[in-house]
Design a protein around this ligand. Structure first.
Ligand code: ADP
Ligand code: MG
Length: 702
């Protein structure tokens, strides 16, 4: 290995950076792009031709033969269609890339899910470069593809992707937070929401992976008996990383750095073969894109190294699942983190104010946040007894809670201020420690200078959860602005007015503040007493999108028109219903073509052995009983297969309908549960050599 290749020497070399833009474009264009990036202002595409030309020149110099708009349709994956730069001019080849190609019409928008939008509106859409996310190069053996992060929008303005609503939410948060800071007397030119997404994943042997059709098709093992030693001993977390995984991580990281993805942390997770990668936080939009890029990169590197990376939220029953912890905050143009307690009394009270806004956002819009992380895969985490629970609450830690409680108790402002100032000046490390020690069970935890939304699924894009969080905080800030303004206009002292608003908000948000153990049954009971919803299934969680209140919020804030919210509800419900169908079909196939043949072979061996022993005149009653039991299990398997088959057959036709979702939960899932139970029992009684699928033990310990 070339020891001289430091990270900083090659960092970002595959990206079309601002430096490149400055070098290659006239100053006014560079300035416009720069301020677009800094302030999130829409870019004037009047100079699209110049930008496209410069991008192409840079790309071609770096070996690019093709370009592609890279966007995030509602399928959950990313989409790209490559075109060569090639054009023929009078029969002679030239490399061209025009402004209209940079903002490109997509005549086949109709092949992506739109949830009914396309039946009422024209199917055509367009993709356009999002300048807040730099273009990058993806290399192959024969050159590279210039990849342009893009929005995907219909001609009538509907968002057909996940990036557009996120950008809109960032715009709203920027507006509301700037107005707040201005009212407080500390104006700034921009406020970005920031995101650092910790990505959990499993890494397993690729040969074994290919022998598990359930993993290949659905991303998780839908059959398989849990191993005697899973993570029970918890000896894996932060343990030494084995060489194979470390080599994989090293390759991913070196590629990621070239793409300007600031991956920083890597470690073992709780389960065997489970790991985490975390980048340094950035503006939310960029972080969301880079998380998608990182996942793509991991899939490719894993394939090259004969490994398979699993992003599913629960690849193995009974073994710790995977999440994507979204660390979120707000940052000003000057780089001030609004959720950092800061070092001065002024910053301290403002910090409490922004913290209160986040609390109110979660209190009022917890259902929308829950909906944003709902999926068939994530139901196995949020709906089961593992981290974090489906009840959305906020962890603040004892120190902060004390401060806010003092305020709530109507103690003198001076007392609170004193505490707050201490927090800023001396006790802050304690606040941080307090949090990191105890936040592991909370879905939404304050961790010293940011919130960590831990309910996001490992396979999900962060975009929608961040979009809903941003807009909910914008709404909270707008409401608080009115109250603060009224107090200030009434001549109240600034600090007093700010703290009074914080107190009112905190008082109203009491039900969602919970610092205890979120896994305990006691919390489930307590949450019910507090009236907090415990929405354990995707269809129930998605109902938030049908509420008038959510639609009003999203349309008033310019994120979605009401019919777009309906469309998203339809798409998400359909994805849920289809995923369960796919799992059920896969399960039947594995049971019929893999498990039953193995079981018959085992049964024949048992029958043979019994017959031979009895023919010697030895009474082998126990063996006969065993054979009877085993045969009974085969019968049960046949019955259970039929149960799943019937459930698939009897389900309502309408894939996107709530009736079907209801049926999946009440009938299909229990039928699948019965089939799994009996197949797993057979696995425990069948010769390993005969068993057709690699066991959990093989998958997790080889
Ligand atoms: P841990 O949560 O494991 O203690 P860290 O606090 O270092 O680890 O950070 C975890 C993630 O949070 C990292 O991706 C980090 O960049 C991100 N992060 C740190 N500060 C912020 C912030 N102000 N806004 C968003 N993300 C942040
Ligand atoms: Mg963390």
């Amino acid at each position: 290995m070339d020891k001289s290749s430091s990270i900083s020497a090659t960092y970002g070399c595959y990206t079309f950076t601002l430096d490149e833009i400055q070098k290659r474009l006239p100053r006014p264009i560079f300035e416009a792009i720069k301020s677009t990036i800094a302030a999130g202002e829409p870019l004037d595409m009047g100079f699209a031709d110049e930008v496209a030309h410069a991008m192409k020149e840079w790309g071609v110099e770096h070996g690019a033969t093709h370009y592609t708009h890279w966007f995030q349709p509602l399928t959950g994956a990313t989409a790209e269609k490559h075109d060569a730069f090639l054009e023929l001019s009078g029969g002679r080849p030239i490399e061209r890339f025009s402004g209209s190609q940079l903002i490109q019409a997509e005549p086949d928008a109709s092949s992506f899910p739109s949830g009914g939008i396309r039946s009422t509106f024209e199917a055509r859409g367009y993709t356009a470069w999002d300048p807040t996310s730099p273009a990058f190069l993806i290399y192959n053996e024969h050159g590279a593809t210039l990849t342009i992060p893009s929005v995907f929008v219909s001609y009538t303005g509907e968002a057909l992707d996940k990036k557009t609503p996120l950008l809109r939410s960032m715009r709203e948060l920027n507006r509301a937070a700037r107005a707040t800071l201005e009212l407080m007397g500390h104006p700034t030119s921009v406020v970005h929401s920031t995101l650092g997404a910790e990505q959990e994943y499993f890494l397993i042997d690729r040969h074994l992976f290919h022998r598990r059709p359930d993993l290949e098709v659905t991303g998780r093992t839908i059959l398989g008996t849990t191993p005697p030693k899973g993570q029970q001993l918890e000896d894996n977390y932060f343990g030494s990383i084995d060489d194979r995984a470390l080599d994989f991580m090293g390759e991913v990281e070196s590629e990621a750095w070239k793409l300007g993805i600031p991956v920083k942390t890597r470690h073992n997770e709780v389960a065997p073969h489970q790991y985490e990668a975390a980048p340094i936080f950035q503006a939310t939009n960029l972080s969301c894109d880079q998380n998608q890029m990182l996942m793509d990169l991991m899939r490719k590197v894993a394939r090259r190294r004969n490994l398979a990376v699993l992003f599913h939220e629960k690849p193995f029953a009974g073994v710790n699942g995977s999440g994507k912890h979204n660390n979120w905050s707000m940052s000003t143009a000057e780089g001030r983190n609004l959720l950092d307690p800061g070092a001065t009394p002024n910053e301290n009270v403002e910090f409490l104010y922004f913290l209160a806004a986040a609390l109110q956002a979660v209190h009022k819009r917890g259902d929308l946040l829950r909906a944003s992380v709902a999926s068939a895969g994530n139901d196995h985490r949020l709906g089961a007894n593992e981290a974090p629970p489906a009840i959305i609450s906020v962890f603040l830690g004892t120190r902060l809670t004390e401060i806010l409680d003092t305020l709530l108790a109507g103690k003198s402002i001076a007392a609170v201020q004193d505490q707050v100032i201490q927090t800023g000046l001396e006790v802050l490390p304690q606040v941080k420690k307090d949090n990191t020690d105890r936040n592991r069970t909370s879905p939404f935890a304050f961790t010293g200078n940011k919130f960590e939304f831990r309910a996001v699924g490992s396979s999900q894009s962060s975009s929608m959860s961040m979009a809903y969080l941003n807009v909910a905080v914008a709404e909270a800030l707008d409401g608080m602005w009115q109250r603060l303004k009224a107090r200030l206009d009434g001549g109240e002292d600034r600090t007093e007015a700010i703290l009074a608003v914080v107190r009112d908000v905190y008082a109203a948000c009491q039900p969602i503040v919970f610092n205890g153990n979120n896994y305990a049954q006691a919390w489930v009971d307590e949450a019910a007493r507090r009236g907090l919803p415990n929405t354990i299934s995707t269809p129930a969680a998605l109902l938030a999108l049908t509420s008038e209140s959510a639609k009003t919020l999203l349309s008033e804030y310019g994120i979605f028109q009401p019919h777009e919210v309906d469309a998203r509800y339809t798409i998400l419900l359909e994805q849920y219903n289809r995923m369960l169908d796919i799992e059920a079909v896969q399960m039947i196939r594995m049971a019929k073509t893999g498990i039953l043949p193995a079981a018959y072979a085992q049964q024949a061996t048992m029958a043979d052995a019994y017959a031979k022993v009895s023919s010697c005149g030895i009474k082998a009653d126990v063996q006969r009983e065993e054979l009877g039991v085993y045969t009974g299990m085969i019968e049960e398997t046949l019955t259970a297969i039929d149960g799943v088959r019937q459930a698939l057959k009897n389900a309502p036709d309408e894939h996107a309908g709530p009736e079907k979702a209801e049926f999946q939960i009440s009938t299909l899932r229990p039928a699948m549960g019965r089939l799994r139970t009996v197949c797993d029992a057979l696995e425990r009684r069948t010769d390993e050599e005969l068993w057709p699928f690699p066991s959990y033990h093989a998958l997790l310990f080889q």
